[in-house]
Design a protein around this ligand. Structure first.
Ligand SMILES: [Zn+2]
Length: 123
């Protein structure tokens, strides 16, 4: 079995890997090898951030903190690893609640993410 035959999130074997066309609701992830379970489990913006980076995404945490990220570098069960976006617009800095720069990435528990957005400032 070649690497492309496995779900990028959970490692489950895929049928027709690399050739599968997803429905129009997940067309943005065409080419990203994901099993149907992971497509339903993870927020679309998180899945897109695994493949389409570095671009600005935002995730809102349960405590109200907003993390501006440039991409998701890994999914590990209940956790994801993200790289923070640098150069956050001045007006948005208060949303991060002085979150440290974390140049090696941040592990975020999925159950503490209450929203996720692609291109929160349309760029
Ligand atoms: Zn999967």
């Amino acid at each position: 079995m070649v690497r492309g035959d496995l779900c990028k999130c959970c490692g489950a074997p895929l049928k027709g890997a690399g050739k599968k066309r997803y429905s129009s609701t997940v067309i943005a992830y065409e080419g990203l090898p994901l099993c149907p379970s992971c497509l339903m489990l993870y927020p679309p913006a998180i899945l897109k951030a695994m493949e389409d980076y570095p671009f600005m995404y935002a995730i809102g945490l349960r405590d109200g903190t907003v993390l501006f990220i440039e991409g998701v570098t890994g999914i590990h069960g209940e956790w994801i690893t993200v790289r923070l976006w640098h150069g956050i617009p001045e007006h948005a800095k208060q949303l991060t609640k002085n979150f440290p720069p974390c140049p090696r990435g941040v592990n975020v528990r999925l159950s503490d993410i209450v929203w996720a957005a692609d291109a929160p400032y349309d760029s």
